[in-house]
Write a protein that binds this ligand. Structure first.
Ligand code: KIV
Length: 276
């Protein structure tokens, strides 16, 4: 699709059966590269708590963290829609607080939409944010902010009751006005059923090919995060090895005085030097 990708473009893509492409980014330089690579939407995910901040989960991420990273990414993204993730506790206390925090991601962070985790129980909150004219993306299945309830990062929806509950969650989110729904770590068959039942596009991560689009964490596809690699990730580069090699080369060059070379230096007039 040509031109700026917006929340409306998601619906258009589903109608035309064009797959939607999404990646995460957390800073200006990466956002600019990804945007130039033709991605449709960039999620400033709270996964930054793990890949940027080094925590074991996403629960430590604050609103101020999200606003800061959204602002950096927004400066780099020209065509892609920037979606700001709502961190843990920023939308759970009250709908009023949720609207205010979603508004910060738009007003201060420059995002064009927000994402929040949860199904049916979040429907009223979604409605309140949508009423404030802010496009909302839902997120169900393995929702990392619920890691303590799930007892770990586990596939969701293999059993009948949970699968039915996830279908109801998707329908409730659609009814509440989301423009899209992320399906994370659910069986591919369930993702297909949900994708066929809802009118809004589904974006899969570990949810098979039948979703209307796909999203992955940028550090995972570039091979930069080695603490944990989910089974659903495909690595398109191995930057950890590339960066380690570059650092080792620099260290060796400095120690052995091969860097800097003459061309990397500045010089001053000899007459000035004499007076020093
Ligand atoms: O925070 C994140 O990066 C996400 C995606 C993995 C969907 O929520």
């Amino acid at each position: 699709m040509d031109g700026k990708f917006t929340a409306q473009s998601f619906a258009q893509a589903k109608r035309k059966k064009e797959k939607i492409t999404m990646l995460t980014a957390y800073d200006y330089s990466m956002a600019k590269i990804i945007d130039g690579g033709g991605i449709d939407a960039i999620l400033v995910g709270d996964s930054l708590g793990m890949v940027m901040q080094g925590h074991d989960s996403t629960l430590e991420v604050t609103m101020d963290d999200m606003v800061y990273h959204c602002r950096c990414v927004s400066r780099g993204a020209k065509r892609a829609l920037v979606v700001g993730d709502m961190p843990f506790l920023s939308y759970h206390v009250s709908a009023e607080e949720a609207v205010r925090n979603a508004g910060r991601l738009i007003q201060e962070g420059g995002a064009g939409a927000v994402k929040l985790e949860g199904g049916k129980i979040m429907a009223d909150t979604v409605r309140a944010i949508v009423r404030a004219q802010i496009p909302v993306m839902g997120h169900i299945g393995l929702t990392p902010q619920s890691v303590n309830v799930f007892g770990g990062f586990k596939v969701q929806g293999r059993e009948e009751a949970r699968a039915k509950a996830l279908i109801e969650d998707a329908l409730a989110l659609e009814e509440a006005g989301v423009f899209s729904i992320v399906l994370e770590a659910v069986p591919k068959e369930l993702a297909q059923v949900i994708t066929e039942k809802v009118g809004v596009p589904t974006i899969g991560i570990g949810a098979g090919r039948c979703c209307d689009g796909q999203i992955l964490v940028i550090h995972d596809i570039l091979g930069m995060y080695s603490d944990f690699t989910p089974r659903f990730v495909r690595q398109y580069a191995h930057l950890k090895e590339t960066i380690t090699g570059a650092v080792a080369g620099y260290v060796q060059d400095v120690r052995e005085q091969r860097f800097p070379e003459e061309k990397h230096t500045f010089s001053m007039d000899a007459s000035v030097l004499e007076k020093l």
